[in-house]
Write a protein that binds this ligand. Sequence first.
Ligand code: PMP
Ligand code: GLN
Length: 377
Amino acid sequence: LTTKLPKVGTTIFTTMSQLAAEHGALNLSQGFPGFDGSPALLALVEKYLRKGFNQYAPMTGVQPLREALARKTEVQYGQGYHPEREITITSGATEALFAAITAVVRPGDEVLVFEPAYDSYVPAIELNGGTPVFVTLDAPDFAVDWEDVRRKITDRTRLIIVNTPHNPTGYVWTRNDLDQLAALIQYRDIWVVADEVYEHITFDTYNHVSLAQHPQLRERTFVCGSFGKTFHVTGWKVGYCLAPAELSTEFRKVHQYLTFSTVTPIQYALAEYLNEPEHYKSVAAFYQQKRDFFLRQLAGSTFQWKPSQGTFFQNLSYQTKVPDYELAVRLTKEIGVASIPTSVFFHQKNDHKLLRFCFAKDEETLEKAAERLCQWP
Ligand code: PMP
Ligand code: GLN
C-alpha cells in the first residue's frame, strides 16, 4: 500500500507520554488534566446511563445539548446559533475539525495554517487534496503578522485555520486580529475553521474573543469546541461545531458518514451540567491559579518565560545549545519531567528552544516538577 500520509508518524503526544511512563517521569507533556471531572458531572453521566439513554443519539446531537449550547453561546458571546440548523455535536473537537476541513477543501485548494500548529490540521488538509500554506508566528510574542497573511492569500486560498487561545504558544487573538482577518477575506470565497477548544481558559487581562462574536466572520466560520478541555474530561471526546446553516448542512454531510453520532448518555449529562454558567465561567480562575503556582515554583530556575495568556500550557525557554526535542527527552530521562518540544509544531526544522509544559496537574505534581526543573542543568 502506498501511504497517503508519508510525513505522518506517531504523534509527539503519544511518544512523550510513553517515554514518561517508561521512565516514571512526571508527565507534563500531552495536554490532559491530572485530575477528574467534577463529581456532579460524573453523577449525571451515571444517571443517564442507568436511565437507559444508551442507543444512538440523533445525527446532529441530542436536542437538550444543542439547546444548552445555544444558550451558552448567547450568554457568552451575545450571539445566537440555531440549535436545529447551526449546532452539531461531534466526537471531540478533532472530529469537528476534520469534518469542517473535509466539507470545504477540494484538491488543489490552499489552506492557510498558522504555525506552530496543532498537529491534526495538516493531515486533514492533505487527505482532502489541499495544500497547507504556512504563516509563521514568531517568538517571543507569537502575534500574527497580517502583512504576511495578506501576501500568502491567493486565488486558490479556500480556508484559513485559526486557533485561539493558541496551542502551543498560549497566544490569545485580539479583536484587531479578527478585524484584520475579516477585512482580508471580505470579498473572497474563503472560509474559516476556528479551533476554540481553550475558549474558557484565558488569564490576566486577556479575554477570548470568539469568531462567533464577529458579525462578518460568524458568517464564514466553523467554530469548533470541546467539552473535554472545559470540564476536565478529555477521554470523553465530545465536542461541537457552530456554523451558519449553509455551512452546517455541508458539515453534517461529512459528520454523518464519519461517525454518524456521538456518545448518548454523556451528551444528556453535559446538557444538564451546562445549564449552570458558573461551571464554565470558573475554569479560567481555576487554571490561572495553577499557572501562577507553577511559575512561582520555577523562580530561580535557569528557564525563562512569558506567562501564558491562555490554554493550560506554559512554554519555558532555555539557552543551552541542545535542540528542544533532545532536551525534552533528556529532561524526561534524567530528571523525570516530560514536556513537548515546540519545534514539532512547525513544518520545517526549527528551534525556538522552547518546551511546552501542561500545568493541568495537582499542586503536588507541579511543585515536584518545578523543583526538578530548578535543579537543571
Ligand atoms: N485542538 C487543539 C488546539 C487541542 O489542543 C486539542 C486537544 N488537545 C484538540 C483540538 C482536540 O480536542 P478533542 O480532544 O476534543 O478532540
Ligand atoms: N491536544 C493535546 C495536546 O496538545 C493532545 C491530544 C492528543 O494526544 N492527540 O497535548
